[in-house]
Design a protein around this ligand. Structure first.
Ligand SMILES: [Zn+2]
Length: 460
């Protein structure tokens, strides 16, 4: 087992046998308590959570942390074993194998990323959905690798990770890349570049010189002290921290209590067409209609139109337990429509997403699991029940951002079907307009006029 940069919880009485069985070098291993007990409180040293100890007492008299049990329960009779990461890894003579070209705006952001890496600064990169954030990072990653720095890219979910991994590997083909998530069977090793889901940060200690945190404004990172604590533990004291976000409004508030040295904004997509602005469609009683297996009329018309357009489309629907109903209604009404449902609890979601991507289906009906990080070319998006509380402003911006991501179809259709118009809906639309305006003002867009296909959209 490679323990360098990691912290592994081990029971006190099993330390020696663990070191022996894992063939570790006992002299270089540091030990620290998993929990700190102060008076009537316990603090977890993995997630930072503080709790009243009497509520979390085990039958053996020890205390456990209830907040980070998804990584395996830790308790006060365990210690972390940790081995320091080398101060520097060997500097790598790396050649970036990505052959694409950046727009001048992407280059400007890319220079800021490199600067943040070299100066170990904290940078916030606001880039709209489809701005080409990953490509903007490449030069910064290259600069870090050349210096022997260790980089970690933390993303919110497995789907995003699985899409990102081949892109990073393609860009840095000679680099050993370790990819860690909840159920991955990949064995941890000391690689210069690590990709992980955000929760995995909690298994590291003073490990990274550069941390890139994707979608910092979104679930699970936002308002989650556990993940913020883990991030602070996982990065070295002197390190660069690059936060990525597509919804600047949310982040602007957060920066009040985070120290960000620099902020760089990219309001335009890489293909220089504006973001697709959602249109609102009044759909009274959408939930009841779906429960009664009726197709809301205007929603049905839109599905019909999507089929006539001939492009694949996503339908977002907020309630998992109605998904089957919705799929049944659609299949009855549109027998030729090839569709599948996929939700966060679907075991085959990775396969289904892949099938949609390669064109085996016309339509994927989903909850919010596909709203960020995944790119399907040429799609349109319908959100049935956009007034549901699950659809926050940030989620709606991300959902709208699934459309028009590629130059092959930079416009697409985005429609929100609602019963009661919400603040989140209004603000998401406003923010998209503001960003488009900003991009247009800066001369970053080629489409100064709405594309003809968008003009067809009814605006309510
Ligand atoms: Zn904890």
């Amino acid at each position: 087992m490679d323990l360098r940069g990691r912290k592994i919880p081990v029971f006190l009485e099993e330390i020696d046998s663990f070191i022996k069985s894992e063939n570790l070098n006992g002299t270089s291993i540091e030990k620290s308590p998993c929990m700190t007990i102060r008076g009537g409180f316990i603090q977890c040293n993995r997630c930072g959570g503080i709790k009243e100890k009497r509520e979390f007492k085990l039958p053996n008299g020890c205390f456990y942390c209830p907040d980070c049990t998804q990584l395996g329960r830790i308790s006060s009779n365990q210690v972390f074993l940790h081995e320091a990461t080398p101060k520097m890894l060997p500097a790598l003579d790396v050649h970036m194998t990505w052959k694409g070209a950046l727009t001048s705006e992407q280059k400007r952001c890319s220079r800021k990323v490199v600067q943040a890496v070299l100066r170990r600064e904290t940078l916030l990169l606001h880039a709209v959905t489809g701005a080409g954030k990953t490509e903007i990072l490449f030069k910064g990653i290259e600069a870090a690798l050349k210096q022997g720095l260790r980089i970690c890219i933390a993303v919110p979910r497995i789907d995003v990770l699985l899409e990102l991994k081949p892109r990073i590997q393609d860009a840095f083909q000679s680099i050993d890349l370790c990819c860690l998530y909840g159920k991955s069977d990949e064995v941890y090793r000391l690689t210069p570049l690590i990709l992980l889901t955000t929760h995995q940060l909690a298994r590291f200690h003073q490990a990274f010189d550069v941390c890139i945190v994707d979608e910092v404004d979104a679930f699970p990172f936002v308002d989650n002290p556990f993940l913020e604590f883990s991030l602070q533990q996982a990065k070295k004291t002197e390190s660069a921290l690059i936060y990525l976000s597509a919804t600047p409004g949310r982040i602007a508030k957060k920066t009040g209590h985070r120290t960000v040295d620099r902020v760089v904004t990219l309001p335009a997509r890489f293909h220089q067409h504006s973001l697709v602005t959602p249109s609102f469609v009044f759909t009274p009683d959408w939930r009841r209609q779906i429960q009664e297996k009726k197709l809301p009329k205007k929603f049905g018309h839109s599905v019909q139109q999507m089929m006539e357009d001939g492009f694949p489309f996503l339908i977002f629907y907020p309630v998992i337990r109605d998904l089957d109903n919705l799929a049944e209604i659609l299949s009855n009404e549109f027998p030729t429509l090839r569709l599948e449902t996929v939700s966060s609890i679907d075991e085959q979601r990775i396969e289904k997403i892949e099938d949609f991507r390669i064109g085996k289906m016309d339509c994927l009906v989903t909850t919010t699991i596909l709203e960020r990080g995944v790119t399907f070319p040429d799609i349109s998006v319908l959100v049935l029940g956009s007034d549901h509380p699950l659809f926050t402003k940030s989620v709606l911006i991300q959902i709208a951002g699934r459309s028009g991501r590629k130059l092959t179809r930079p416009d697409g259709v985005v429609r929100f079907f609602y019963d009661q118009k919400t603040k989140a809906m209004i603000e998401s639309k406003k923010e998209i307009r503001v960003l488009n305006h900003l991009a247009r003002q800066r001369g970053l867009l080629v489409d100064s006029f709405k594309l003809a296909s968008n003009r067809r959209n009814p605006v309510f």
